[in-house]
Design a protein around this ligand. Structure first.
Ligand code: CIR
Length: 256
């Protein structure tokens, strides 16, 4: 997909209160914003027009916009995040998304986080994680089946979301952690397995001719460059403290 446009949300003053499963300290608001600015600059350098929405200080995880919506070619699916504290973020962004595409609320009462939804070509992979339940995954599958996409459920035994551990480098290639290297869902794809000391770098984000990669991941960088792709490093130290990666900081629109 050619990414033409992205929507991001500036981190707010309350980022230190974000949900987390890791014990790496609390994010510093100023440093978080500086890292966010570098991320937006990387998206722009790779050719995306980026809209930056205002912070939502009452919602410390609201800059992780990817979790509240899933982009399909003809519509945006509004999710129902698995963490109840994050549900109000959906309504807060719905108008901004509706300005770009028709929006469809996820039917039913299941939960789905956008961080669990990975698209490669005409297939959506949906992680069954602590955040995305069976009903949410099934409701999403029904929506994309109507649009002639395949939909494959993937158990998420490690990491917060599927995309904490598996991401697309192109329609035939995934970058992923060893935990997912033998997952049947990805067996037919080319797989770049990140080194055990760089598992976080599996959150790498392909955008047009380049890949945004967490700074300090030299082996991952070399593996991606060996595929002929340009690497843009961004410091993610503050996002890591609340389980955030690179894909989760934007919602990306484009042409197939
Ligand atoms: C959360 O627990 O929901 C946030 N602290 C992190 C969300 C990261 N989102 C993502 O990787 N898609």
């Amino acid at each position: 997909m050619r990414v033409t446009h992205a929507i991001c949300r500036r981190p707010g003053a309350s980022v230190a209160d974000g949900l987390t499963t890791v014990d790496e300290g609390r994010p510093d608001p100023e440093r978080t914003c500086a890292q966010f600015d570098a991320y937006v600059a990387a998206l722009r350098a790779l050719g995306a027009t980026v809209d930056v929405l205002d912070p939502l200080d009452d919602h410390p995880d609201a800059h992780y916009v990817e979790d509240v919506a899933v982009i399909t070619p003809d519509a945006v699916v509004l999710t129902r995040p698995g963490a109840p504290q994050r549900r109000a973020e959906v309504e807060a962004i719905a108008g901004d998304l509706a300005a770009r595409a028709p929006v469809i609320p996820l039917p039913g009462d299941g939960t789905l986080d956008g961080g669990d939804v990975l698209r490669l070509g005409d297939t959506f992979y949906v992680g069954r994680s602590a955040r995305t339940d069976a009903a949410g995954a099934a409701a999403f599958a029904a929506l994309v089946h109507e649009r002639d996409f395949a939909c494959v459920e993937v158990p998420v035994p490690a990491g917060l979301h599927l995309k904490s551990s598996v991401n697309a480098l192109d329609d035939e290639t995934v970058i992923l952690t060893a935990d997912f290297a033998d997952a049947p869902a990805f067996a037919a794809l080319r797989r770049l397995v990140v080194a055990s000391e760089e598992t976080y770098a599996a959150c790498a984000l392909r955008v047009n001719d380049g890949v945004i990669v967490p700074a300090g991941s030299p082996r991952t960088r070399a593996g991606i460059e060996a595929l002929g792709l340009a690497v843009h490093e961004v410091d993610t130290s503050e996002f890591r403290k609340t389980d955030g990666g690179l894909t989760c900081l934007s919602l990306r629109f484009g042409t197939i």
